[in-house]
Design a protein around this ligand. Structure first.
Ligand code: 1VU
Length: 295
């Protein structure tokens, strides 16, 4: 099973692979992840140009702390196989696979990546964007237990889920809560990172803040984005606050006291604190340190 390394995944910005200007910006924007898109953001007649542009951008490097992810076209489209083969030799940090419905789809892409010469370090990220994927979340995330699966992250595709289920999302996203929570649970069960879907109304800062807060409460590591203006608020929402970090350090320090050595539960500021809270506190501090170090 893959255990995702402790690093921030607060903001993951999609950028159309056909938009050279957007790709140029990828190296300077403060996103933790850039997703160079060959799929939905690229029109059919621009697919080949986009692939060439994206691979040239990846090959040129210079992304600093940012994780570089290439979203390929699905393997049953005319472009998917060539996208995958190009990514395998260009070596982004990960390939994002659209519309997998089962662990079999994950393993097919993993095997194809190996055949195409991808290094073992190249990860596979999976979109969760079909009703069948929701029904099969345990199987998809459970691919992490299979040798060579490469899977390390689930990415919610809420727009596609809305289309396929005919649900309607309001500000509360009530209709999506089952998809969102089930995806977080599946990711955690198998040690994967998990990212919330996009907020389409990119001029609406209040709506984005509300959705980020909700995503964080549901347990997501971060959120996928469509516009650079969404990055700062999303980074803030998914960063531990100063108060969170101070509390975490206090819990760690309390368990480190000689009188608390060997104890499973202590009282701190009138509250019960267990060893599991110390584990959570260490994670909070480690993420805060990683953010402070630039990712
Ligand atoms: O000021 P400049 O001209 O230098 O730059 C523009 C624009 O190019 C840039 N920009 C971006 N740069 C990088 N990545 C982006 N995603 C991005 N979006 C814009 O920012 C400057 C200001 O742009 P703007 O405010 O004038 O916005 P536009 O009207 O140019 O673009 C708006 C859209 C929504 C079209 C654009 O943001 C975009 O294409 N976003 C990404 C869409 C996408 O990738 N969709 C597919 C993934 S979502 C999905 O599939 C759900 C699972």
């Amino acid at each position: 099973m893959t255990v995702a390394p402790l690093r921030p995944y607060r903001s993951a910005l999609y950028m159309p692979g056909s938009n050279a200007r957007a790709l140029d910006k990828a190296k300077s924007l403060p996103a933790d992840v850039v997703i160079l898109d060959l799929e939905d953001a690229v029109a059919p007649d621009a697919k080949e140009t986009a692939r060439a542009q994206v691979m040239a951008a990846v090959a040129s490097g210079g992304f600093g702390h940012r994780q570089v992810v290439v979203r390929i076209n699905a393997l049953d489209t005319p472009w998917g196989a060539a996208d995958l083969a190009a990514a395998a030799i260009t070596k982004p940090d990960a390939v994002l696979l659209p519309k997998p419905n089962s662990s079999r789809d994950i393993m097919t892409a993993s095997v194809e990546l190996r055949r195409a010469g991808a290094p073992d370090s190249l990860r596979l990220w999976a979109m969760v964007e079909t009703p069948r994927a929701i029904l099969n979340l345990s199987d998809i995330a459970g691919a992490a237990t299979l040798a060579g699966s490469r899977i390390s992250c689930l990415v919610l595709g809420t727009n596609d889920l809305v289309k396929d289920t005919r649900a309607e999302l309001d500000a509360t996203r009530t209709a999506a809560l089952y998809w969102l929570s089930a995806s977080v649970t599946a990711a955690r069960a198998f040690g994967l990172t998990v990212l919330d879907g996009v907020y389409n109304n990119f001029r609406d800062a209040d709506g984005l803040a509300r959705e980020c807060a909700q995503g964080r409460m549901l347990g997501f590591d971060g959120k996928t984005l469509i516009h650079p203006d969404q990055i700062a608020a999303t980074n803030a929402a998914f960063s531990p606050s100063d108060a969170d970090v101070a509390t975490a350090r206090k819990i760690i320090a309390a368990f480190d006291l000689a009188e608390n050595k060997g104890k499973g539960v202590i009282t701190l500021d009138g509250k019960m604190v267990e060893l599991l809270h110390a584990d959570m506190a260490r994670r909070t501090v480690a993420i805060a340190d990683a953010i402070a170090a630039g990712g």
